[in-house]
Design a protein around this ligand. Structure first.
Ligand SMILES: C[S@@+](CC[C@H](N)C(=O)[O-])C[C@H]1O[C@@H](n2cnc3c(N)ncnc32)[C@H](O)[C@@H]1O
Length: 345
């Protein structure tokens, strides 16, 4: 571009110079009659010509240089913008890679921990600290709870300790036996409990203990910050939370509410909306035991392709409940208690 400008200037000057050299300058300015021509005055004209050429060339060079500089500056700016886009894209790619690597390694850990659980590593869990807590949360009227079960609590304990678990959600608080297990086994996880009986003395008793100063002596840390009670029928509240707080996802889910066929089935269906799609495990209580309809709800969920069953087991039911039932209406309707570990498909 600059060369073009310079050449243009020089050509212009040469044209003027040619006219002068041929001696066709008019002499009007010298007071001679119009049309009189002067012959070439070599010294003066050469000097003027040289000066004019120098000026034109200098100006043309300057203009060209300025123009060139402007273009170079704008090219440098374009380059800068392109570079910064490239850098941004590289950083994005880097963080995507890091996320991918992190997610792959989190998945590997999750798979390994789940394999260990399915291979029975929960059988070594020491329940002594939980037994001590269970004594404090027990009340006069023991509705079904997990406070005396062995296998179920051991399994729950290991599940709560899995590395991916940051939030545990359960339907059915009662006196807070399972809630205390979650809070104890995983001392940093948030625990969201759905319970229909608001203002019920048993529920209050359990909640007050967990939130009170004594709980700390039993190893239950930061309960006030971590325990969230959602009161109301789970048939409404679970879907309500899922809709109003779409980012609330649970890494471990437990269903232990109303054990009637449709309620349990609806709990299974509704809890799906809270399950963390990245990684989660879920348990449903009161399966694999005679005379209970939760098995049928789970079977229906399986038939619909909603869940994948990973493990099922049962053990003798609660002594405490059996004794209580024997005193009153007769037989314990749950001589065995069982649980199923599953995932949403
Ligand atoms: C078997 S107890 C839960 C025991 C507790 N998970 C434990 O292991 O200690 C069942 C609880 O579910 C609650 N429940 C029953 N139907 C419910 C519903 N529709 N919505 C929410 N909670 C419900 C009952 O009030 C009761 O406290």
């Amino acid at each position: 571009m600059a060369v073009k400008w310079v050449l243009g200037g020089v050509v212009g000057v040469l044209v003027v110079a040619a006219l002068v050299v041929v001696g066709t300058l008019t002499a009007t300015s010298a007071g001679l009659p119009a049309g009189t021509t002067l012959h070439h005055a070599p010294g003066i004209i050469d000097e003027a010509l040289k000066h004019a050429i120098q000026e034109v060339v200098k100006n043309a060079m300057n203009d060209a240089l300025n123009q060139e500089m402007k273009e170079v500056r704008s090219s440098v700016n374009d380059l800068k913008t392109t570079m910064s886009h490239l850098l941004g894209a590289m950083n994005d790619a880097k963080s995507t890679m890091e996320n991918l690597t992190h997610s792959q390694s989190a998945q590997r850990i999750f798979d390994q921990e789940l394999r260990d659980i399915l291979n029975g590593n929960w059988k070594s869990v020491d329940l002594a600290p939980l037994d001590a807590i269970a004594k404090r949360t027990r009340t006069e009227r023991p509705a079904g709870h997990s406070g005396e079960l062995i296998a179920e609590r051991q399994l729950y304990y290991r599940l709560a300790q899995m590395s991916h678990v940051n939030r545990i959600c359960e339907i059915g608080f009662n006196t807070g036996h399972s809630a205390s297990l979650w809070l104890f086994a995983n001392p940093t996880a948030e625990v969201v409990m759905f319970e229909v009986r608001n203002n019920d003395t048993q529920v209050k008793h359990g909640e007050n203990f967990l939130r009170g100063p004594k709980a700390v002596q039993f190893g239950l840390k930061n309960v006030n910050q971590r325990l969230r009670m959602v009161f109301g029928d789970s048939g409404i509240t679970v879907r309500g939370v899922a809709r109003l707080e779409p980012s609330l996802k649970c890494d471990l889910l437990s269903i232990d509410g109303f054990h009637e066929y449709f309620h349990a089935l609806s709990d299974i269906v509704d809890m799906h909306s809270l399950a963390n799609p990245d990684r989660h495990v879920a348990v449903i209580d009161d399966t694999n035991c005679f005379g209970d309809s939760v098995d049928k709800s789970l079977e229906e969920a399986q038939r619909r392709g909603l869940v994948k069953v990973l493990l099922g087991m049962s053990e003798p039911g609660l002594k405490e409940l059996a004794e209580y039932m024997a005193k009153g209406s007769g037989e314990d309707p749950h001589p065995f208690r069982g649980v199923t570990l599953y995932q949403y498909s």
